[in-house]
Design a protein around this ligand. Structure first.
Ligand code: AMP
Length: 223
């Protein structure tokens, strides 16, 4: 499918609850358009694995399904944004304070956002998706035992690396992550709607149908 996606429209924010498909769609767009996926969750998990100061600070919040404090996240994102003109922000911002900080950083860099895409999905579906999710901890690429299985169980199709289940995808932590999303992140839907940047995507559809909707939404904005 050819969609006239303008380059500036590839500065995107992906919003939505955990399991709605933000990371999967971000990886697909990266493959097609070469934009950079900046996933705060992936950056944090790498820091935890490497035992950095940032990782040590973040770990307890992540294990509990809570948000890492805004000042930590904003300081972590500042150097990331300057590095390239086109990007997909996957999992950031997650609070109104983070969204305001992002606006200020992008204004300073003269890099306006193209759109904010909100991926919607039902709670039961999210829980089921997260329970079956397997991730390559090196690349952040995800699979699902039922909906998007790897060719060989436990092995990434692309780089042959091992797949793991994220500890925070355990049922009790998922419930907390969804509650955190409702309380802290949902207000961003209004935040971006008021700025005329919001596009809503039905994240319940099969992966390819969601991608088609994403490309349509971006094409519409670029037209
Ligand atoms: P994710 O992989 O996006 O689901 O993120 C995993 C965990 O990392 C979240 O449950 C939070 O604890 C933390 N995290 C990721 N992004 C942010 C953010 N923008 N603000 C605060 N905490 C975050």
């Amino acid at each position: 499918m050819t969609v006239p996606v303008a380059w500036h429209a590839m500065r995107l924010v992906f919003l939505g609850p955990p399991g709605a498909g933000k990371g999967t769609q971000a990886q697909i767009l990266v493959g097609r358009f070469g934009a950079r996926q900046i996933s705060t969750g992936d950056i944090l998990r790498r820091n935890v694995a490497d035992g950095t100061e940032l990782g040590k600070r973040a770990k307890a919040f992540m294990d509990a399904g809570a948000l890492v404090p805004d000042d930590v996240i904003v300081a972590m994102m500042e150097p990331e944004l300057g590095a390239g003109a086109a990007f997909i922000l996957d999992g950031f911002p997650r609070t109104v304070a983070q969204a305001e900080a992002l606006d200020a950083m992008l204004t300073r860099l003269a890099l306006p956002l193209g759109a904010a895409l909100q991926f919607d999905a039902d709670r039961e579906v999210l829980i089921e998706r997260l329970a079956g999710r397997w991730t390559n901890p090196r690349t952040g690429r995800t699979y699902h035992t039922l909906f998007n299985p790897p060719r060989v169980a436990g092995i990434d199709d692309e780089d042959g690396g091992p797949l793991v289940q994220r500890p925070d995808d355990a049922r009790d932590v998922v419930a907390q992550r969804l509650a955190t999303y409702d309380a802290k992140t949902k207000p961003l839907i209004d935040y971006y709607a008021r700025r005329g940047l919001l596009q809503r995507i039905d994240g319940l559809q099969p992966i390819e149908a969601v991608t088609a909707d994403v490309l349509r939404a971006l094409g519409d904005r670029a037209a």
